[in-house]
Design a protein around this ligand. Sequence first.
Ligand code: ACM
Length: 639
Amino acid sequence: MKKVLLLAVLIALFIDSNAQRRATRRIALIPQPVSIVENNKAGNFILPSTINIIVPNNEEVKKIASLFAAQITPPTGYKTTIKAGNSPLPKSILFLLTTDKTIADEGYKLKVTSAGITLTARKPAGIFYGVQTLLQLLPSGITSTTELDYDEWDIPAVTIEDQPRFGWRGLMLDVSRHFFTVAQVKDYIDQMVKYKFNLLHLGLTNDQGWRIQIKSLPKLTEVGAWRVERTGTFGNLSKPQPGEPATYGGFYTHEDIKELVKYAADRFVNILPEIDVPGHSLAAIASYPELSCTPGEYYVSPGDRFMVWPGGGQHFYGLLDNTICPANEKAYEFLDKVFTEVAQLFPFGYIHMGGDETARNFWEKSEQIKALMKKENLKDLDEVQSYFVKRVEKIINSKGKKMIGWDEILDGGLAPNAAVMSWRGMKGGIEAAKQGHEVVMSPTDFAYIDYMQGDAAIEPPVYSTLRLKKAYQFEPLPEGVDAKLIKGGQANLWTEQVYNTRHMQYMTWPRAFAIAEVLWSSKEKRNWEYFSKRVENHFKRLDMAGVKYAPSIYDPIITATKKDTASVVVKLETEIEGLDIHYSFDNSFPDNFYPVYKEPLTVPRDAATMKLITYRNNEPIGRMMVLTIAELRKRAGIK
Ligand code: ACM
């Protein structure tokens, strides 16, 4: 009898937890669709334990159905069958291709009723994005890679119509500063497509490593792909020691690239390759020193200080010449070989040639450069760079590709067909669009996801900050420019400080949620409060998927100011609503029995530290933050 009772209690608890799970679940799509109509009365669609996916006679859609099945099988433990056809079976999921011109290229219509699901699109890409939405309508456990014992997998009855605002929805991953394997890049692609990104920009070359095999230039990967191994803070790492072996690095072979390109294409992602020249080229120069205007010995940088950024409006300069020499014909022969192979490997219509942050202090002194200026009638170093960029464009165009570059390519005159990726704010993009050129917006102020996402007291250190809320305010389409020329935008993940994939994930999420919504959803739909609630729902999905993310939205925003001459006043805020900040100045760790922040605090005269933690509903949610008062005084401008 006792056993029966215990069983009854356990069953009741189990049913209750499932009911609770349903009750607390709400529709939380990122990015928001154009329109969503909930049909609460119609009842949910419950996944049957054998799921019939019915597909048209189209290879791409069949592949999408296989990917969908591969995602829903592990967590549910259900069987899936993919059948060709164009009419539903009871409780089936029907994918339909239509000629309906009202559906955009990447758009779709999704109708869920208790009887079945119909996903309609004009192109396979639309089916793919509809599937991503469908996955987000399922409970968060659907992202798990192991089987869960949910009693049912339900999808709310909805009708969704959707299409993206921009066609270029990108993430940039720097694989030079740290190398990521093919498997790791594939994993990143898997994560990004869940949020309807369709472009992966790979930063394949930089001072810290050359990451793509160029068969006609073997030293690029024999020498340029390897450096001495260092761990610590980029820019302060020690230089290679005499005789020290270069053991850190790696590169993608042609076969690797083909595999990545295909993997991405199967998920409707284009890969944009970047070969960054003439600056950021130390790895190439270490391989082929004759590419430089400055004879010498070169090494692949492990993250040592070979450039100086003086600040205060002064221009940066190199302690080493890390530039390819625009006055050297060999440079153009080299680039012709590089872009020949790059163009053959990547089917995407654009090749990125970098063009950013070229230190010219060695050019100033170079006799070769002076001779080039005279010969070509170039009046300054901007024009020297522009001469170089225009020649690079000719090479890239000759391979059947369009050239895109960072906004420095505007300096000294833009190459005739170039597209511009605007990173130093939006102004370069606006200028390029005014000149009639295509633009991708990727400004540091909104889209640099290598920056810290919260206070420096808790985040891994980087020289600047970009909070989620700010990323969500990104508006890629400035007023007064031709909207057709603004192709879209992207977030950039430079990896100087990103040593592994866990941190790559941490830096990407949740800010890439914000960028995904900015690029897909209409401007009118933007709503920070609603977005931040959906972000929290997606944290659960990332938890289930085993993907790391930054919990920085739960940590306080700290502003320290000077009061009178010597005391510090601390103002605390939170990025999202509903958090209580508890604090101490007595060196002990605060919890929810400690005072709650209500108004700006004057730091007690002899305090040594301020400690902060946020709670929600009496549960800790933020991380313990510890700031020395010396640090607060510095921030307040007290000597
Ligand atoms: C850049 O961040 N240097 C494009």
